[in-house]
Design a protein around this ligand. Sequence first.
Ligand code: HEC
Length: 153
Amino acid sequence: MKITLSIIITLFYFFFAGPVKHPWNDILSHSTNSVSELNQTEQPGGNQLYIKHCLQCHQNDGKGVRGMFPPLAGNDKIKGPATDIIRIVLFGLDGPLTVNERDYNQPMPPQAYLTDKQIADILSYIRSSWGNQASKVTAADVGNVRKLGKPKN
Ligand code: HEC
């Protein structure tokens, strides 16, 4: 009988009085918040995504490999309309190309498996690196180009 009563009291307490308020709760919940904030800032940004998906060809300094992979540094196209370079990442690029008086003619594979946000972050990164200075690209910009699909020409 005593046990049943104490169970009822305990249940009553938890149902109606809510969890125990203790200063530790504040401290603990606070530290959980700051951990999740930390994780957010640690999500791969444009820099890390570039390393993972573009660096193997375009290189760490963005200068590419002469005659094989065109430079993204000091390349006017990177600073031009975002739509053009969004298309290249989504749909790839094939055919002869001249960048800074050098010829390139290797296919770049499409990378449509990257999310709109990932592509936006990568392109914002390359548009503001190695001396490039151009506006940010947003996930919405990428989404619009993706919706339009691969151009037919
Ligand atoms: C497997 C190698 C490879 C990878 C990975 C790669 N590219 Fe390329 N990229 C190329 C090649 C090759 C070309 C030139 C294509 C041609 O000659 O038609 C190119 C061309 C480009 C161009 C056009 C340059 C110009 O002046 O027209 C841009 C922009 C570009 N790449 C961006 C990227 C970005 C951003 C990534 C990462 C998301 C990436 N590339 C990943 C090989 C690669």
